[in-house]
Design a binder for this molecule. Sequence first.
Ligand SMILES: NC(=O)c1ccc[n+]([C@@H]2O[C@H](COP(=O)([O-])OP(=O)(O)OC[C@H]3O[C@@H](n4cnc5c(N)ncnc54)[C@H](O)[C@@H]3O)[C@@H](O)[C@H]2O)c1
Length: 291
Amino acid sequence: MRRGIVEPRDVRHVGVVGCGLMGSGIIEVVARAGAEVTFVEGTDDLVARGRSAVERSVGRAVERGKLEAGDAEELLERIRGVTELVGLSEADLVIEAATEDLDAKLAIFRTLGDVVRPEIVLASNTSSIPIVDLAIASGRPDRVVGMHFFNPPPVMALLELTPAVTTSDETLTFVRAYGTDVLGKTCVQAKDQAGFIVNRLLVPYLFDAIRLFDDGVATAEDIDTAIHLGLAHPMGPLALMDLIGLDTMMHVGDVLFEEFRDARYAPPPLLRRMVAAGRLGKKSGGGFYPA
Ligand SMILES: NC(=O)c1ccc[n+]([C@@H]2O[C@H](COP(=O)([O-])OP(=O)(O)OC[C@H]3O[C@@H](n4cnc5c(N)ncnc54)[C@H](O)[C@@H]3O)[C@@H](O)[C@H]2O)c1
């Protein structure tokens, strides 16, 4: 018979799948909360690259006085990287943060369902893939849930929890308590629908800023200054999209449009053309501003 879910405070060993931008941050958050972490990456080189990313971020936390140097050393000793999902067989919780690709994630959840103990909760950090698809693939549909962190996870306080229609109340209660009491995040809950809360509201606003710019209503600088100073946002919408990446914005818009067929989510023509031209924002080619 399958055992009950562990108490959130008894989660001693967390598995994380993927150690890119988000995975490396999630690993740090979980390790800072005291857990041992095993993470999985595709190759030994990617394991080494992921580990360096965590080390750099932990180093920055020490420099900023958020972490003692001695604690940072112990924290890094609690983290190990492997290249096979079977390395997560002893995990008390698994958080998947691999590349946003449906087939890749379905394959990961199928394997996790086989190799991780049957009572363990499997969470996904996906921004757009239906949690229910991952839940069904795992063979334990009641124990799969979305845990959507924000970038960078060690800094951002919010955690969106997104239960699939199959997720049990026990699973949801567990991740809420883990996110709040153990990780110190503030949790909000949203339905398993593309965009959850934040992106559902953010994307039409960002796309409206592109439309305003493209209509020649104001310059990029003036649109951003207006929002920065008029609404006290840390940065304006065009600068924010340059930071997120215009290709990512287009992908998120496409996913939201596909789900809701609402024109507010359709990537504006200028965005598509900038992406086609390789103007992806800060990461390459510049965007609304030079890179
Ligand atoms: N970038 C963001 O701001 C953000 C915010 C919230 C959620 N997310 C979600 O987080 C997830 C990861 O996004 P990211 O921005 O960190 O991407 P990323 O490309 O930086 O990292 C993904 C990592 O997953 C690894 N990977 C791919 N397939 C794998 C597999 N089968 N096993 C193990 N590792 C594998 C890749 O090598 C890569 O290092 C996505 O689902 C994304 O939607 C991203």
